[in-house]
Design a protein around this ligand. Structure first.
Ligand SMILES: Nc1ncnc2c1ncn2[C@@H]1O[C@H](COP(=O)(O)OP(=O)(O)OP(=O)(O)O)[C@@H](O)[C@H]1O
Ligand SMILES: [Mg+2]
Length: 239
């Protein structure tokens, strides 16, 4: 039996674990027994058709929707339910629609990603500036003036700057050109591996997820229908 102290300390290095998650909206079972894991340094895809519950899954990890059942843990410790506390525990979320504040500058938006007190030298700012030079160039612009793809790069930059334990990215490819998408997902995978950050990526483009993720989960009927570390879930996805 673990002591209380050991339980509070959790299990270092086990990453994100969701077990038997249930979410209901007005009685409808949108998430109905979903289980998945994301280990530190791993990049994992979450695919599924429109309305399958991908955004709801990410929002329930972040405490933005209430769950009716199930366990969500980070390194063996249950995540708190309030969004600010989840963020402080080390979960960063790039939401559907990007969550950019139009009236703030790019730099001000980015600083919002520093919710945890991280010494300046320990942020990923330097590596992100190399990966996203466009963001550096636009630093003093009002974020609302940026193109959709530029805003997505700012959202990814903000998500990673505080070196989270886990990064959740909804609609990864939104607004990004194929080339910008490739650069961005390679940067996520590399930084994730280098710093032990688990990355959970939602996208409509399951082929892209298969090309770049270590594993891909397919969501259907409110739960994982299939997870796959090989290259083809197309038949299940389109059936
Ligand atoms: N706050 C809410 N209240 C009621 N129903 C909701 C709410 N949020 C989501 N839903 C419903 O839950 C289902 C799953 O929605 P969700 O946004 O998680 O899907 P998704 O997989 O992200 O889809 P998409 O690929 O279109 O983004 C949908 O049927 C949606 O209408
Ligand atoms: Mg969605």
């Amino acid at each position: 039996m673990k002591t209380l102290k050991e339980r509070a300390a959790g299990t270092p290095g086990t990453g994100l674990r969701i077990d038997d998650l249930h979410v209901r909206f007005s009685g409808a079972r949108v998430i109905d027994g979903l289980s998945l894991t994301v280990a530190p340094g791993e990049i994992v895809g979450l695919a599924g058709r429109n309305g399958a519950g991908k955004t709801t899954t990410l929002r329930s990890i972040s405490g933005l929707v209430a769950r009716s059942g199930g366990v969500i843990e980070l390194d063996g410790v249950r995540l708190p339910s309030r969004p600010e506390s989840v963020a402080r525990a080390g979960v960063a979320h790039v939401p559907e629609g990007r969550g950019i504040f139009a009236d703030l500058t790019v730099e001000e938006n980015i600083r919002l990603g520093l919710v945890r007190k991280v010494p300046a030298a320990q942020t990923l700012r330097g590596a992100l500036e190399e990966a996203f030079p466009v963001v550096v160039r636009l630093r003093d612009q009002k974020a609302g003036r940026l193109s959709g793809g530029e805003q997505q790069m700012v959202a990814l930059f903000r998500g990673l700057i505080g070196k989270p334990r886990v990064l959740l990215v909804d609609e990864m490819s939104l607004g990004l050109s194929p080339r910008a998408l490739l650069t961005a997902i390679e940067a996520l995978a590399e930084l994730g591996r280098a710093h032990g950050i688990g990355v959970l990526v939602v996208d409509q483009n399951s082929r892209m997820l298969h090309e770049h993720c270590d594993r891909v989960y397919l969501l259907g009927g409110g739960r994982v229908r299939l997870w796959d570390d090989t290259s083809n879930i197309a038949s299940a996805y389109f059936e």
